[in-house]
Design a protein around this ligand. Structure first.
Ligand code: PMP
Length: 310
């Protein structure tokens, strides 16, 4: 039989495909289709491994609750994986999130707690504060804590990095990925550097995020709001492993969304804003290289269907 034992066995081993319509100059440009994970994003990978690690550590017991407070796809990863494994996902999110994402989580059986967006970080109704309170009040509950949990970059070191290496037959020369928690670019970057230290690891960052300024100067500058979801940040997570990242580059909302639309029309792949940012940056990097042996790889983080209402 070639059937899979469960939907969780479909996480990872996502296909890699060449972008053939965009002009990348003499070098090759490949994207990894993370929208093909069963939960529709790269975050299925860390949902599974954060749960497995918490089980192994004995922190998570049968029937326990997994609480997370974020505004990214991790919630969907956890909502997909947790009920499959017998845990209750509790997801706390600010009220600015798209209705599709909230409806999807509830359809997956998660408890969704909506908090007001416009409250200070230390207010009890702030989504992180609220999640911490739920963990305190709920016996057997743990916080997934993706921004400060090394299991996140480790998952990409174990899976995403080796897949990129294998799928390019070891020919990858540049790896580009936007950083939210930084787990993808850090974990996959570390793995690729260990295979061949010359591989350049380039982190993408939305204009307005503090990561690039911090990486370049060590200072926390002034942030500004931006519209691309899931990348950048206003605090520095411990899941960004700066040592493995050669370069940080910023991309505007406009360039990210325009590229997402272009890839849908020209390549037939529907992207979200952060994947648009990745392709914009990968193309920029590719066009600076005059080398037919160069092989630039980037990540299509999730599907554009998740953002159609916006
Ligand atoms: N794009 C989207 C839409 C995301 O939800 C995330 C995860 N926050 C990322 C990109 C970035 O991935 P990472 O957290 O591994 O840096």
């Amino acid at each position: 039989m070639s059937a899979y034992p469960s939907v969780l066995d479909l996480i990872g081993e996502t296909p890699m495909v060449a972008l053939s319509q965009l002009d990348a100059g003499p070098c090759r440009l490949f994207v990894k289709l993370e929208n093909q994970n069963p939960g529709g994003s790269i975050k299925d990978r860390i949902g599974l491994s954060m749960i497995e690690t918490a089980e192994r550590d004995g922190r998570l017991k049968p029937g326990g609750a997994i609480v997370e407070a974020t505004a990214g796809n991790t919630r969907l990863g956890l909502a997909l994986v947790a009920p499959q494994q017998g845990y209750r996902p509790v997801l706390v999110m600010p009220d600015k999130m798209s209705q599709e994402k909230i409806d999807m989580l509830r359809a997956f059986g998660a408890r969704v707690v909506i908090t007001p967006t416009a409250v200070p970080a230390d207010h009890p109704e702030n989504y992180v504060m609220k999640a911490k309170q739920i963990v305190k009040d709920t016996p057997g509950a743990i916080m997934a804590n993706q921004f400060f949990n090394d299991v996140n970059p480790e998952a990409h070191y174990q899976t995403t990095g080796p897949e990129v290496w294998r799928q390019t037959g070891g020919k990858v020369t540049h790896f580009v990925a936007g950083a939210g928690t930084g787990g993808t670019v850090s974990g996959a970057g570390k793995y690729l550097k260990e295979q061949r230290s010359e591989i350049r690891i380039i982190a993408g960052d939305p204009q307005g995020s503090l990561y690039t300024g911090y990486a370049q100067t060590g200072q926390m500058g002034e942030g500004e709001p931006y519209k691309v979801e899931g990348v950048g940040g206003d605090k520095i997570p411990t899941t960004v492993w700066f040592d493995y990242i050669d370069e940080w580059r910023q991309v505007s909302d406009r360039d990210s969304f325009l590229m997402a639309r272009r890839v849908a029309r020209e390549e037939g792949i529907l992207l979200g804003g952060s994947a648009g940012m990745n392709v914009h940056l990968a193309l920029e990097v590719a066009r600076e290289i005059d080398d037919p042996d160069a092989c630039v790889v980037t990540i299509l983080t999730d599907t554009g269907e998740r953002y159609l209402s916006k």
